[in-house]
Design a binder for this molecule. Structure first.
Ligand SMILES: Nc1ncnc2c1ncn2[C@@H]1O[C@H](COP(=O)(O)OP(=O)(O)OP(=O)(O)O)[C@@H](O)[C@H]1O
Ligand SMILES: [Mg+2]
Length: 399
């Protein structure tokens, strides 16, 4: 079946890579439903690419000039979620120093995207059902009913039907939300072509972002391996793996043997020891910091190696005192063991990710799964902790 021109345009506009039929169908449904005011429920495993869909719907609706607000229901503490969504009156709880509008009031005439909607506490589910059915809501601490006109797009990476069966999610709300369901396929079902297209895209982006002269290429066997992987973390995981290889490996042609090391469930992720990055640089994310650190370290190690070899080959007779590498034992005779030690710097690896994961797991256990107090003791925001729990698959330890 020929793919509709509108679907292709959307893919280009929103940077969606892939030609899988189920993905095309999902985009097509999003386009069809966009001009209506129907609620949409986007389902799909974590990392499949759900986040772009509410934007496609909003941008192609009559509400596109209205507000678009994205709310991550799982990241807002239970105690404040009603106030965040529906607002509060001054004095309604300690800290409510003034009246505050909630997202449903701010987004009047626009769209709200409620991500991880399955995480909503039960009382909030009742309030949400009411606002969806009648447009009515009450600010926390108020007695007066307010009205709003909001289109809702929700997303979930858990099976909401199961949540309904387990009594965790209201059945009436489930049916109200999923007037139009959109299912995003997992990466393993999207076929080899999409996996390779995505790899190429991420490798290209990464080369550009980190100023690497050429992008990664996969040898034939490596392509087979990449497409045979089950990708439990879907596109997000493929993106992370591609970035990691791109930054850590010096070679641009990646063999199956090298690739195997980075694939999920095939090997333990290991990252070299970090050194301090250049303070003047501005980084957007922790991952970027880590990559920059790896780059700097790789450069240092390469220079060190060259220096040691040059000394061995007799190319350098003397290392000036002010030389940055004066700690290299260049003035004394060098024995093979010393060279081996210098080269071992490159091999010395600790698993940063594993260490962090373990620290977070322990902290969650200590705080009996409470994200708020665990985040406070870890001195990170609850949102960051939430993301890390997801990245490391520690959901079982949190609540
Ligand atoms: N088809 C695609 N083309 C290009 N990039 C994609 C595609 N699908 C997903 N991505 C990228 O993969 C990453 C994960 O996607 P996204 O955040 O939408 O996942 P999600 O389905 O919302 O996962 P979760 O349920 O864990 O929130 C993002 O960086 C996104 O840009
Ligand atoms: Mg998401």
């Amino acid at each position: 079946m020929a793919v509709k021109a509108e679907v292709q345009q959307i893919k280009q506009r929103f940077g969606i890579i892939g030609n899988n039929a189920a993905l095309d169908r999902a985009i097509d449904v999003a386009l069809q439903v966009a001009p209506t005011d129907l609620s949409v429920l986007i389902s799909g495993e974590s990392g499949t690419g759900k986040e772009v869909f509410p934007q496609i719907i909003h941008q192609n609706s009559t509400r596109k000039h209205g507000q678009y607000i994205a709310v991550n229901c799982g990241a807002i503490p239970e105690g404040t979620i009603d106030s965040e969504l529906f607002g509060h009156e001054k004095g309604s709880f300690t800290g409510a120093l003034a009246d505050r509008k909630g997202y449903f009031e701010v987004a009047d005439g626009g769209t709200i995207f409620m991500d991880e909607v399955g995480e909503l506490p039960t009382p909030t589910q009742a309030r949400l059902l009411r606002v969806l059915e009648s447009g009515e809501f009450i600010r926390v601490g108020a007695s007066k009913v307010s009205k709003t006109n909001v289109r809702l797009v929700a997303a979930t990476n858990v099976n909401l039907m199961h949540a309904v069966a387990n009594g965790m999610f209201r059945e009436d709300l489930f049916y109200r939300l999923s007037t139009v369901p959109i299912q995003i396929p997992p990466l393993r079902e999207r076929g080899a072509e999409d996996i390779l297209l995505l790899f190429r895209k991420f490798a290209g982006d990464c080369a550009e972002k980190y100023h690497i002269p050429s992008a990664l290429r996969l040898e034939e066997e490596a392509q087979k391996l990449l497409t045979a992987c089950r990708w439990p973390g879907n596109v997000r995981e493929l993106k992370n793996v591609t970035e990691r290889i791109s930054v850590i490996e010096e070679k641009r042609d990646i063999s199956a043997k090298i690739l195997r090391f980075y694939l999920p469930n095939m090997n333990i992720e290991k990252l070299p020891v970090p050194v301090r990055p250049d303070d003047q640089k501005i980084f957007n994310s922790e991952r970027e910091i880590l990559y920059q650190v790896l780059f700097d370290m790789k450069k240092d190690v390469a220079e060190l190696k060259k220096l040691v070899h040059d000394i061995m080959a007799g190319n350098i007779q003397h290392v000036a005192a002010e030389n940055t590498y004066s700690s290299v034992p260049a003035l004394a005779p060098i024995c093979p063991q010393q060279i081996q030690e210098a080269e071992d710097v490159e091999e010395e690896e600790i698993s940063l990710a594993d260490t962090e994961k373990e620290a977070i797991r322990k902290m969650l256990e200590k705080h009996k799964g409470k994200r708020k107090s665990a985040a406070a003791e870890l001195k990170i925001s609850e949102r960051t902790l939430y993301r890390k729990i997801k990245d490391y698959g520690l959901e079982l330890y949190a609540r």
